[in-house]
Design a protein around this ligand. Structure first.
Ligand code: SAM
Length: 228
């Protein structure tokens, strides 16, 4: 099926289609369900997931040497994780469909003097970036996609990840009290990144995702995949 906006004169990633809150792309399942573009989450103060600091799980990963080479943060939001990884000296691109979040991220980068790139792009079509990354991070994006979107998203991630590259997915898990919205099971992760998908799952560890409304974070999976 063709994308909304095909054939128009402005590039899809410009986000400037007059009157189109989706910037010419097809709304995601989450946007269709909520009736709002992702950008709206950033209009009235910090979004529930926007804690103003990097996720501890990502900081731990980085301390353990988990990030190498060019790094992509898919669905970067206001950029705390991307900014943290970039502050370690790695080249980082954060992409999101929410222009408001990207604008906030760029201001933070300027204020903190951190060299990092933020760009509007649809994570379901990362091949359009025409770039390759050694490490890809998904913090809170995978779990927003429904079963119909996941195969396309997984292929999109594979299209920008170099051979032997690493993908980290930090998502809400379905185990334990206080589960977040869109809880995901280990089986769903293994099914999405099954061998035919171009990925092999090397680890799925229980972890936590901090939010603005959980005292000690919500139960999460930190999944590590290698590009086959
Ligand atoms: C739960 S938030 C997590 C944001 C950020 N990673 C963080 O940890 O604060 C999910 C983010 O994914 C973005 N997003 C949703 N669908 C997207 C898509 N198709 N392409 C790019 N970004 C998307 C949303 O705008 C939102 O910023």
């Amino acid at each position: 099926m063709g994308e909304a906006g095909e054939g128009r004169t402005l590039p899809e990633r410009s986000g400037t289609f007059a009157g189109d809150p989706f910037g010419g792309r097809q709304p995601t399942s989450h946007e269709r369900l909520s009736g709002l573009p992702w950008d709206a989450s950033y209009h009235d103060g910090p979004a529930p997931w926007d804690t103003g600091r990097p996720q501890p799980a990502i900081v731990r990963l980085a301390s353990a040497g988990g990030f190498a080479g060019a790094v992509l943060d898919a669905g970067c939001g206001t950029g705390e994780n991307a900014l943290y990884v970039a502050s370690l000296g790695l080249p980082v691109l954060g992409v999101d469909v929410a222009e408001t979040a990207l604008a906030i991220a760029r201001v933070k980068a300027g204020d903190r003097g951190i060299g990092v790139e933020f760009a509007a792009a649809d994570a379901l079509h990362l091949e359009r970036l025409g770039r390759r990354f050694e490490t890809v991070l998904d913090c809170g994006l995978f779990h927003t996609f429904d079963g119909d979107e996941r195969p396309g998203y997984v292929a999109s991630l594979a299209s920008v990840t170099g051979h032997d590259g690493t993908l980290y997915v930090l998502c809400f898990s379905d185990i334990g009290p206080g589960t977040g919205p869109h809880p995901v099971s280990q089986e769903e992760l293994r099914a999405a990144f099954s061998p035919g998908s171009g990925w092999s799952v090397t680890a799925i560890e229980p972890d936590r995702v901090e939010t603005r409304y959980h005292d000690n974070g919500a139960p999460a999976w930190l999944a590590t995949m290698k590009r086959a």
